[in-house]
Design a protein around this ligand. Structure first.
Ligand code: GBH
Length: 530
């Protein structure tokens, strides 16, 4: 009898829990109107992070410092935060992949820490076996949870040794060292990873890390350094693409990395959409030049083999030029275009200076372009996503576009209790609006087939430390366990996108990553279990 009563109590408790759960999610909005179920089913929906922002384990397993360790230890981050522990994904990845699986997430974009793989950074220096072992476990755990890995090779965390040696991306030697590092990744992980992004946001690296020096390593190099950085980065990208697609690998029966894995190499470019402030032709020209100067700087060489004519003319004293051979190597050196998209602004031009672009967040009547997020640069402007995508499709006609990041920091979230923070209507509305316009663009032929929300969880937001939260899962940085709690935005995306979206295609590569040869006997059928 006591047993029965216990059972009954358990059933009642479960029912109450289920009702509470249902109540929690019942106020979630419907799927965006322009995203029919069929389209949501046919698209891949995932989440993104980056090594320095989530990993932690900064001095574990043979890892040396990156420029961000040095920069944060020197006290340049808000509240003196550092990425020493971050979300401690270094230890907690099994539970994180379990959570992803529970949310129906089948696609995960992450980045490698260069200094964990190659503690001395450069070509000819030893590969760190502990670093390789860590990423092997991480990737295997991902795949065991049916999550497809998408890898960023460089997400701003340069090994400090390479900064010290030749000023990092400013030095010509960067190119060979980057290609060597990429080669190590392809050799070790290329059998399981089919989607590679060489660089995350070259604009940020070259403008904020090197040009202005407001991001690590924090040494301002001016416009000349900024364009030198871009030039080295683009050539390193093209050589990496070449390595992946054109160089037969002895260890892979003389096929290329690309053929062995049926893999792809792209890049993740950030861009804020610019809408002309008025119909005046200088405003229209300024919006156009702004897009060429910020996106075309990288996208034009990759698609067309050269910088935009407008940039060549406006930056003629500081912009290097490509040799015919480099230009040929660059042209078409991407299998997909990754776009990190967050916001849009108005652009105002000058009747006398075609190189001037002033950006504004209010229209001519003083009305805000959209509500302000916690980040000062980020306003909610859903329609700007649609306009940017249409612009990209018409200017570049990419075979495939991946939205490599999209997300928002909710106002004041950091000062809220966990219970308050997970009721993130602001973020739910952001995703609902942006995804609506993404779907509209897809329905009009824009070739986006994969989308990543930024971010899987709250993390180290660069100079802002942990004060700006972009997660669809909350991280309690005050709790010793760094507890993760799913926000309403996570539930919203899970319900309408992650769960219904296309699967990962995990394990679709050839066995052992090798192309079958004529000599390879067909594998014998396993004997049937009686
Ligand atoms: C992404 O950058 C990053 O890839 C990611 O690591 C980051 O966590 C996420 O966004 C959220 O920020 O006021 O002139 O300094 C987004 C694009 C471009 C946004 C540069 C901030 C700074 C403008 N970033 N921008 S400025």
């Amino acid at each position: 009898m006591a047993h029965r009563r216990l059972q009954l109590a358990a059933v009642l408790a479960l029912a109450a829990f289920a009702v509470a759960q249902a109540r929690q999610i019942s106020h979630l909005p419907d799927a965006p109107a322009m995203c029919p179920l069929e389209m949501r089913k046919n698209t891949r929906w995932g989440v993104a992070t980056a090594s320095y922002q989530v990993e932690g384990g900064w001095n574990l397993g043979g890892r040396t410092p990156s420029v961000w360790d040095t920069f944060s230890h020197a006290g340049f981050i808000k509240n003196n935060d550092t990425g020493d522990v971050a979300c401690d994904m270094y230890h907690k990845y099994p539970q994180d992949f379990k959570l992803m699986r529970e949310l129906g997430i089948k696609h995960y974009r992450f980045s490698f820490s260069w200094n964990r793989i190659l503690p001395q950074g450069g070509k000819g220096t030893p590969v760190n076996p502990e670093g390789i072992a860590f990423y092997n476990s991480l990737i295997n755990e991902m795949i065991a949870n049916n999550i497809r890995p998408y890898a960023t090779i460089f997400h701003w965390d340069l090994p400090q040794v390479l900064q010290d040696k030749y000023q990092g991306l400013i030095g010509e030697e960067f190119i060979a060292d980057f290609v060597n590092y990429a080669n190590v990744l392809f050799e070790n992980f290329g059998d399981r990873i089919r989607d590679w992004m060489t660089f995350n946001e070259p604009w940020v690296t070259c403008v904020l890390q090197y040009g202005q020096g407001v991001f690590a390593p924090g040494i301002p190099m001016g416009d000349e350094g900024m364009y030198k950085c871009g030039h080295n980065l683009l050539r390193a990208h093209a050589k990496t693409y070449q390595l992946y697609h054109k160089v037969p690998q002895a260890k892979l029966d003389n096929v290329t990395f690309a053929d062995a894995a049926r893999g792809k190499v792209g890049i993740a470019l950030n861009i804020e959409y610019l809408e002309p402030l008025t119909e005046a032709k200088e405003d229209v020209a300024a919006a156009n030049y702004g897009l060429e100067k910020n996106l075309g700087w990288f996208a034009d060489p990759l698609f067309f083999g050269d910088y935009p004519a407008s940039l060549k003319s406006c930056a003629k004293d500081v912009l290097p030029s490509f040799t015919a051979e480099e230009s040929k190597l660059l042209k078409g050196s991407l299998d997909f275009l990754g776009i990190n998209f967050y916001t849009g602004k108005f652009a105002k031009g000058s009747a006398t200076d075609k190189c001037s672009v002033e950006t504004r967040e209010q229209d001519v009547n003083g009305k805000d372009i959209g509500p302000l997020a916690e980040s000062s640069w980020l306003r909610v402007v859903p329609w700007s996503f649609y306009k940017l995508l249409k612009y990209v499709q018409s200017r570049y006609d990419p075979k495939q576009i991946i939205i490599t990041e999209n997300g928002v920091s909710a106002p004041k979230e950091d000062s809220m209790s966990v219970q308050q923070a997970i009721r993130d209507d602001f973020r739910v509305n952001y995703y609902k609006g942006y995804l609506d316009y993404l779907c509209k663009a897809i329905s009009e032929g824009v070739k986006v087939n994969t989308y990543f929300a930024w971010s899987f969880m709250d993390n180290f937001e660069w100079r802002e430390g942990y004060s700006q939260r972009f997660g669809i899962n909350h991280v309690d940085f005050d709790s010793p366990e760094l507890t993760r709690t799913t926000k309403d935005s996570g539930k919203f995306l899970s319900k309408h996108f992650f769960r219904v979206g296309r699967g990962g295609g995990v394990g679709a590569r050839r066995p052992g990553g090798r192309k079958p040869t004529k000599e390879t006997p067909k594998a014998a059928k396993p004997a049937k279990q009686q």
